[in-house]
Design a protein around this ligand. Structure first.
Ligand code: B12
Length: 219
């Protein structure tokens, strides 16, 4: 694989997104993969960077809410298209439930998280946004995951996160919970360490390493 300066590609991808040019976005993603990059690089270096930039444009009123929604919808569509091209490791008998904190509306990042688990041979159940915690718990009783992965992007949903954690802990006292998302990114490690069996993971590369280390232990 050749090293690429991704900044021009991010800019191109973002311009296509805000123009609503799905075909150009899809083509850029395919070309990036064909040039030897991994799906995870595409997610981290192109999609994430472009969406963060979309967020900055929206925050500074340079694009409308509608344009921002369109940009996200296109990216999610491409994630779904790419699913067929992802190369998966040999299936392991490991399961993860992947969900958002109740009231949280951001699901693109955590959808990528589900894909990274699958790439590593895990079965992932991606629930996305809007699942009440009681229903999540019911689902987990049925599926009996080895790990729960949850995402929180906006800090004002932090109280919902604490409430959710409390309810999940009552039902699953020892279950390992991975947390991630922008709401945690500026938090001090001590604030996270006070929760038992909870690990904060900043990005897909760190997640991939962690899953690989678990898989090696059980191999
Ligand atoms: C698209 C978008 C939306 C869409 C989401 C639609 C959807 N289907 O997801 C909609 C329009 C619904 C939305 C709504 C809002 N949004 Co918004 N949104 C965005 C935007 C532009 C992109 C989000 C995204 O997909 N990013 C790309 C993904 C790949 O990145 P990521 O989420 O960080 O995920 C990565 C890591 O964090 C990590 N990760 C994430 N979760 C997890 C979980 C685990 C377990 C692990 C291991 C890792 C992990 O993995 C990913 C890959 O590295 C961001 C801008 C930004 N900086 O992200 C704003 C942004 C997140 N939104 C913001 C805000 C303020 C809002 C609103 C409050 C706006 C409003 N006034 O209504 C509402 C909140 C609604 C709610 N209750 O949640 C702020 C949040 C600020 C904050 N941290 O508090 C941001 C940062 C924009 C900004 N600059 O101000 N938004």
């Amino acid at each position: 694989m050749t090293q690429t300066n991704t900044q021009p590609l991010v800019q191109d991808f973002m311009n296509h997104l805000i123009k609503g040019d799905r075909r150009a976005c899809s083509k850029l993603a395919t070309m990036y993969l064909e040039s030897g990059h991994a799906v995870m690089d595409l997610y981290e270096n192109i999609f994430k960077s472009a969406l963060y930039e979309v967020g900055r444009l929206w925050e500074t009123n340079k694009i409308s809410v509608a344009t921002e929604h369109m940009a996200t919808a296109i990216t999610e569509g491409i994630l779904n298209e790419l699913y067929a091209d992802i190369s998966f490791s040999k299936p392991l008998q490991k399961k993860v439930v992947v969900a958002c904190v109740e009231h949280e509306k951001h699901q693109v990042g955590v959808k990528m998280v589900a894909d990274v688990f699958e790439m590593n041979g895990w079965e992932s159940y991606f629930l996305g946004t809007g699942v009440p915690t009681t229903e999540l718990i019911r689902f987990m009783h049925e599926t009996k995951p080895d790990v729960l992965a949850i995402s929180l992007s906006v800090f004002f949903n932090y109280a919902s996160f604490l409430e959710m954690l409390f309810q999940i802990r009552e039902a699953f006292p020892d279950l390992l919970i991975l947390i991630g998302g922008q709401a945690f990114s500026r938090m001090k490690q001590q604030q996270i360490d006070r929760f038992d069996h909870v690990l904060y993971i900043p990005d897909l590369y760190a997640l991939d390493q962690l899953i690989k280390s678990w898989n090696n232990q059980t191999a």
